[in-house]
Ligand binder design. Sequence first.
Ligand code: HEM
Length: 181
Amino acid sequence: MKGIVFNEFIEFVESAQGMVTVDAMITAANPVSGGAYTAAGYYDFQELIAMVTALSTRCNIPIPDLVRGFGKYLFGKLVAQHPDFFRDKPDVFSFLESIEGHIHVEVRRIYPDAELPRLETERRSDGSLLLRYRSRRHLADLAEGMIAGCIAYYHAKNKVSRSDLLDEGEAQVTEFIIFYE
Ligand code: HEM
């Protein structure tokens, strides 16, 4: 996983829990890299899992909640770095529809070794949007947090429902339905 994600994660923990917790988390997780990451570097994904697990134990917060919270935070940071991605995307649906064909394509151009999920979208006849997450990274919680970050960014009133279709071996497949009540 790219160093940028690790750095944002450490900043997220620092902003929410403080530097003492960051240090304790890194000590407990004992990552091979020593807890120092460069944005364009590539690091073992298991280091992130080890840090999330250590943080969950220390702060007594379930891992899915932490990962969702991080996703929401990460979305805000990524958009601040890439305001251009929002041009011509007037709403939540048009933005979410542009990830697979545009945003993650650009990410792959900048970081050819990035590991990205498949995020297929489909407008449904009831006016909702279906977003299907498929990845070997098993990070549907991160995707859920990023979708929440996207809805917050647009000050939209969408609700999200989630169905986990598959979560074993190589793949996790989760469907999100983004709708208006
Ligand atoms: C709601 C919008 C988005 C969702 C749901 C989403 C979802 C995800 C998820 C779940 C991952 C983790 C990898 C995996 O599960 O396979 C990921 C990776 C990533 N995404 Fe997105 N993403 C979104 C928007 C963005 C935006 C706006 C950027 C801006 C640059 C971005 C850049 C990245 C990067 C850099 C990675 C890390 C790749 C790696 O470390 O190898 N994403 N995305």
